[in-house]
Design a protein around this ligand. Structure first.
Ligand SMILES: [Zn+2]
Length: 174
């Protein structure tokens, strides 16, 4: 419980689960209420990104989720039954057509953030990749609305106390 309150400033949190190839990606999106500190499941990545993008000036509270209030039980508990990672607040919303992906490395010591492009041809893994892509494919930026500031490669923090016991020993590898 103490942990959650300490992490209050960065209350978004996705659950990670294995995907094909042994890598792990986010399975559940959730946000912590700034008033009762309960965790609410956010049904879609799009909604989650919307909340996250303005989290500092507009903190999440239970009543923002339809039909829910602070008196209702938590949707999900912060515990070891899943691996939790805590996102940075105010990460920009992913521009339309792009997909932001967060994948945990096999050793579970860090998470890689990258973007899938609208044409599916490239993975953007750095601001340089973004800038090269926008220059090479201006057709995906018709009104010139997309710029580097709409992309963030800040990885969420892996909560070590929620990693499976087998992997805890293998933590700092690279
Ligand atoms: Zn609440």
């Amino acid at each position: 419980m103490k942990k959650i309150i300490t992490e209050k400033t960065t209350p978004q949190q996705p659950k990670m689960q294995p995907e094909i190839g042994g890598k792990k990606c986010v399975e559940i999106w959730s946000a912590q209420c700034g008033e009762c500190f309960k965790w609410r499941i956010i049904p879609s990545e799009d909604e989650y990104e919307e909340i996250r993008s303005k989290f500092i000036e507009d903190p999440f509270v239970c009543s923002k989720k339809a039909g829910v209030c602070c008196n209702d039980g938590a949707d999900i508990e912060y515990d070891k039954s899943r691996t939790w990672v805590i996102d940075k607040p105010n990460t920009p919303k992913t521009p339309a057509g792009f997909k932001r992906r967060m994948v945990m490395r096999g050793c579970e010591s860090r998470i890689d953030c990258y973007y899938k492009t609208p044409n599916g041809k490239k993975q953007l893994r750095s601001p340089t990749d973004v800038s090269n892509f926008l220059t090479s494919y201006p057709e995906y930026n018709i009104n010139g609305h997309i710029s580097l500031q709409h992309f963030s490669f800040n990885a969420p923090k892996i909560m070590q106390d929620t990693l499976p016991p087998t992997s805890a020993a293998a933590a700092p590898k690279d």
